[in-house]
Design a protein around this ligand. Structure first.
Ligand code: SF4
Length: 410
């Protein structure tokens, strides 16, 4: 396949759906965790879950960087802007994520703090260059995908002698989170049969770092692309491994991912960052060696050292089930606030704010709604596989609610 529309082709999707239905063993359940929020959105935007047999279920993982950032770190960023008077630069997704005391970056901005929305790390550097009298802090978040650009910004600031620029580093690492999820299966985290591995993260780190999954946990991993046919083909690859009693790392996303990833990006990360001893993840708690701090050689560009603030113990809004959604034990529709108090216009938790959040995916693509509304939503999504592909007779219809069965939620 060469073009994007080929990865959304209805005929190919129907064929894959028939193959999956034929090969999935009706005597068992296949619980496949898609780590990335990007996969979650592809699954719900294109109706991929609705094309699966009832015993093949996608379990949403914690791969949304905004969603896993704990409230305490947003509190700290707000404190830097308010108490130290810095210009805080951040991506749009973060602006409305709830902080403690019903605060948010957007509300702090409305209250007078100098908080600016940027599109790239280079925007933050440009702001620092234009306003040498201001201290500019880049609120850096994300998995391994967005870490190299932050490293480039730090190196640029050093090379230019930009003394009014620093970084509040919140970059996190995928493999430790995956290890925690698998090690905690059955103890507050859902039991899994296979993993759809991250797409963009894997372009940087490669597929090799996931090899501990089959070795230590006996579970297969397939690195999966973000298009609907990528996800379906990856699900089929996992089903085939599970049926054969095998567990290895396979790479469906060969057009972008290699076993060793991008060595230049990895070298940049290794030069500019060091692992933290531990870091808090929303929903998963404090995980060892799961995040990065700025390396000692660049400590003068570390906003946490330049602008110290008191640690916060931010608590989730009462009733918000984001932690359980991120562990895969609840679906967004299991949250009592979903679609009532909590909507994208009035988010109560990070999972409803972020463009990669599971709650936002459910809400945006209406997979929980009644059949009539569901069709309307499908019609709106012009390129949707669900809108263009009639589900085979032996598969659930696109209008069926997609709550996970109780065995999966155990
Ligand atoms: S629906 Fe809203 S309140 Fe409920 S888990 Fe999702 S983000 Fe949190």
């Amino acid at each position: 396949m060469k073009y994007i529309d080929e990865f959304r082709d209805g005929e190919l999707a129907r064929g894959l759906a028939r193959t999956i239905a034929a090969e999935a063993d009706p005597a068992r359940t296949y619980r496949l965790m898609e780590f990335c929020g990007g996969h979650t959105h592809a699954i719900y935007r294109y109706g991929v879950q609705d094309l699966m047999p009832a015993n093949v279920r996608f379990v949403h993982g914690p791969g949304c960087p905004v969603c896993v950032l704990p409230m305490s770190r947003i509190d700290q960023a707000i404190a830097m802007a308010v108490e130290h008077g810095v210009t805080l630069c951040t991506y749009g997704d973060l602006m409305r994520v709830p902080a403690s005391e019903r605060n948010s970056l957007l509300k702090a901005k409305a209250g007078g703090a100098d908080i600016r929305m940027i599109y790239s790390t280079q925007d933050a550097l440009a702001i620092a260059r234009k306003a040498p009298e201001r201290q500019v802090v880049l609120f850096a978040i994300g998995f391994e995908t967005t870490t190299p650009p932050t490293a480039v910004a730090i190196k640029s600031a050093r090379a230019e002698g930009l003394e009014n620029f620093s970084v509040f580093c919140n970059h996190v690492l995928t493999p430790p989170a995956l290890a925690t999820i698998l090690a905690s299966a059955g103890k507050g985290v859902v039991q899994l049969d296979g993993i759809l591995g991250p797409s963009h993260v894997s372009t940087v780190i490669g597929s090799r770092p996931y090899e501990f999954v089959p070795e230590a946990f006996g579970k297969p991993v397939v690195i999966a692309g973000f298009e609907p046919l990528d996800v379906m083909q990856s699900a089929l690859m996992l089903i085939r491994q599970i049926n054969a009693g095998q567990a290895s790392v396979e790479n469906q996303y060969t057009r972008a991912v290699t076993r060793d990833g991008n060595p230049k990006a990895q070298a940049l990360m290794a030069e500019v960052f060091s692992p933290r001893d531990r870091f808090e993840w929303r929903g998963l708690g404090f995980l060892p060696a799961s995040a990065l701090r700025i390396a000692d050689a660049y400590a003068d560009l570390d906003a946490e050292q330049r602008f110290p603030v008191a640690p916060s113990t931010g608590r989730e809004i009462k009733g918000c089930e984001c932690p359980s959604v991120l562990r895969g034990v609840m679906e967004p529709t299991d949250c009592k606030l979903f679609g009532t108090v909590c909507t994208p216009e009035n988010p109560m938790g990070a999972c409803m704010v972020s463009s990669e959040g599971a709650c936002a995916a459910y809400w945006s693509y209406g997979r929980f709604r009644a059949p009539a509304t569901q069709s309307a939503v499908g019609a709106d999504v012009g390129s949707s596989v669900a809108a263009t592909v009639a589900a085979p007779a032996n598969l659930p219809t696109a209008s069926a609610p997609t709550r996970r069965d109780s065995a999966v939620s155990a």
